[in-house]
Design a protein around this ligand. Structure first.
Ligand SMILES: [Zn+2]
Length: 87
């Protein structure tokens, strides 16, 4: 059994999707991680106890519930990091 912040996985996934569609932002690993960190700092942590099978249903439910917040946070993160790149 492991304790895991589900929000981190959700943000990493959504960031990959969003960045794939953007051509105006730097996608180096530094900027990518800065975007993920910024978004995560503006979203609630969502801890789940993982025992494989069960987790996925919970994760799918939460993904729907938080999708809008997540996308909003990521857009802010992309804007912020794009203006202040640290690479
Ligand atoms: Zn960069």
């Amino acid at each position: 059994m492991k304790l895991k912040n589900y929000m981190e996985d959700a943000v990493r996934e959504a960031a990959a999707d969003l960045l794939a569609k953007r051509t105006d932002v730097c996608k180096c690993s530094r900027c990518r991680l800065d975007i993920i960190a910024y978004a995560l700092n503006h979203l609630p942590a969502k801890y789940v106890v993982t025992d494989k099978g069960h987790t996925y249903t919970r994760v799918a439910e939460m993904a729907q519930q938080f999708h809008t917040d997540l996308v909003v946070a990521l857009h802010k993160a992309i804007k912020h990091v794009g203006k202040n790149p640290r690479h």
